[in-house]
Design a protein around this ligand. Structure first.
Ligand code: NAP
Length: 313
């Protein structure tokens, strides 16, 4: 049996629960392809799963391979997928929870992957899929953001936030965003119209009557956000669900709990925006696979601008 290395979780816990284990190289079936992974990003959901703080992944499902998104090259294809791809093609993907991406070889369904953007390397491409699906689906599917509308994005310098700012601008919206002091210039440079330093300002003093709040922070930031929405506005969060009763009197829409799902058509549109130079991908730091514990620790410490990416030799 041919084996490869993967980041495997066999028990919930701290850094020591992140094990680099030998695993069987999976075989692609029918509409699947086998990807030789060049890079896979680390997302907050990975350490929430590691800690046992992500309810869809229960202890009786372990061991699992961690990781939600990747970039790499086609290694092999199933019978009905081989007409779509050629060995060596560069691709990127957000994959379902039944597999993990932090592995040297990953089986990806044809409906999950698209050609990687040509204008960036595969390390930057790996930073995109989950964060981009979250930003896109949060703004446009859940939030129904329209050209000419105004959106307030909380946490604009993080993995999801820095892409959300650029997608909303590409759609023709006006963007306000909250970030820490060190990130003010960064989010201005990627297109935010109004930047609010959450460490020194209250966003309620600046943002008024916005059409949509896209909340990537939660807690009291989420609670306080009702006050800045116009009558009939929308509050979309990626961190828990806001209490809809708080917005009832002003007819504020609060979509139910949702999770970003793989969507190759949307990922393809995003690849085109990147290649058109309209979206820049920020990678804060990369770590080789054998430093996976350091990579997770870096993300958990906070203050990451953009994304953390694991690289595979
Ligand atoms: N439901 C889903 O499908 C889904 C998908 C993806 C992500 N998520 C969740 O969404 C959240 C964001 O994800 P991410 O990948 O963007 O995380 P991230 O890269 O860690 O970014 C979070 C950002 O929020 C900033 N921040 C912290 N406190 C803030 C405050 N009070 N006001 C404004 N900004 C603040 C952080 O900056 P500083 O630390 O410098 O302050 C950081 O830039 C995570 O909780 C993640 O689990 C959910």
């Amino acid at each position: 049996m041919k084996t490869s290395k993967a980041v495997r979780l066999s028990w919930f816990g701290g850094a020591d629960a992140l094990q680099i284990d030998p695993v069987a190289i999976p075989q692609p079936q029918d509409d699947e392809v086998l990807v030789r992974v060049v890079a896979a990003s680390v997302n907050p959901v990975d350490y929430k799963i590691r800690e046992g703080q992500f309810p869809p992944i229960r202890e009786d499902m372990l061991p699992i391979i961690l990781g939600r998104d990747l970039a790499g090259t086609i290694e092999a294809a199933g019978t009905s997928a081989h007409y779509m791809v050629v060995k060596g093609d560069p691709v990127f993907a957000h994959i379902g929870f039944d597999r993990g991406a932090q592995s040297e070889f990953v089986v990806v369904k044809a409906i999950e992957l698209v050609a990687a953007p040509r204008s960036i390397d595969l390390v930057h491409a790996a930073a995109v899929p989950l964060a981009a699906m979250t930003a896109w689906q949060g703004l446009f599917d859940q939030g129904e953001l329209q050209p000419g509308q105004t959106v307030l994005i909380h946490g604009g310098a993080g993995g999801v936030g820095h892409l959300a700012i650029q997608f909303a601008k590409a759609k023709g919206a006006t963007v306000l965003t909250t970030v820490g002091t060190d990130d003010v210039d960064f989010v201005r440079a990627i297109g935010a119209d109004t930047v609010i330093d959450y460490k020194t300002e209250r966003f309620e003093d600046v943002a008024k009557d916005v059409d949509l709040v896209f909340d990537l922070v939660g807690g009291e930031t989420q609670d306080r956000s009702f006050a800045v929405l116009r009558q009939g506005g929308t509050l979309v969060s990626t961190v828990g669900v806001a209490d809809p009763d708080k917005g009832k009197a002003r007819d504020i829409r609060v979509p139910e709990r949702w999770m970003a799902t793989p969507n190759a058509a949307q990922l393809g549109e995003i690849a085109d925006l990147i290649d058109a130079g309209r979206v820049k991908v920020e990678v804060a730091e990369t770590f080789p696979l054998d430093q996976v514990r350091e990579a997770y620790a870096r993300l958990e410490q906070g203050h990451v601008r953009g994304k953390i990416v694991l690289t595979f030799a």
